[in-house]
Design a protein around this ligand. Structure first.
Ligand code: THU
Length: 136
């Protein structure tokens, strides 16, 4: 899938956002190593801190099927292109991208551009291999 095609899916996904508090819909689309595409949208909670962002919904949805995300597209329908930071992923999602996709994976940000995860999260935290053992 091309970056533009993945961005188109991200835009569509924003239409499913559950945003009664912020009224700020976000859509995401993840492409996996085996060519599948997983969608995400932000889902807000009456207990505000339980809200989850579109990016994490898409990444976790892919992981839940055993697929490996290799690229992600993000679209903030009501972001303002003259303020790019109203369109770029939050810090929590950047860490999850680092955890689940690695530093070289691509992130396509609608209206802003293409970044590697390492560009979005310089010096992002990773557990050292001596500590990060894989679960049995
Ligand atoms: N939001 C996302 O879905 N992704 C981001 O990267 C930034 C913020 C959501 C969370 C909340 O529902 C709304 O946008 C306003 O912050």
């Amino acid at each position: 899938m091309t970056p533009d095609e993945l961005l188109a899916v991200a835009r569509e996904s924003a239409s499913q956002a559950v945003v009664p508090y912020s009224r700020f819909p976000v859509g995401a689309a993840v492409e996996t190593h085996d060519g599948r595409v997983f969608r995400g949208c932000n889902i807000e909670s009456a207990s505000y801190g339980l809200t989850i962002c579109a990016e994490r919904v898409a990444i976790f949805s892919a992981k839940a099927t055993g697929a490996d995300p290799i690229a992600i597209a993000v679209s903030c329908a009501r972001g303002n292109p003259s303020e790019p930071t109203s369109l770029t992923p939050c810090g929590a999602c950047r860490q999850v991208m680092m955890d689940q996709m690695g530093p070289e994976a691509k992130c396509y940000v609608d209206g802003v551009g293409t970044f590697t995860v390492a560009e979005l999260l310089p010096l992002g935290f990773r557990l050292p291999p001596s500590v990060a053992t894989s679960p049995e």
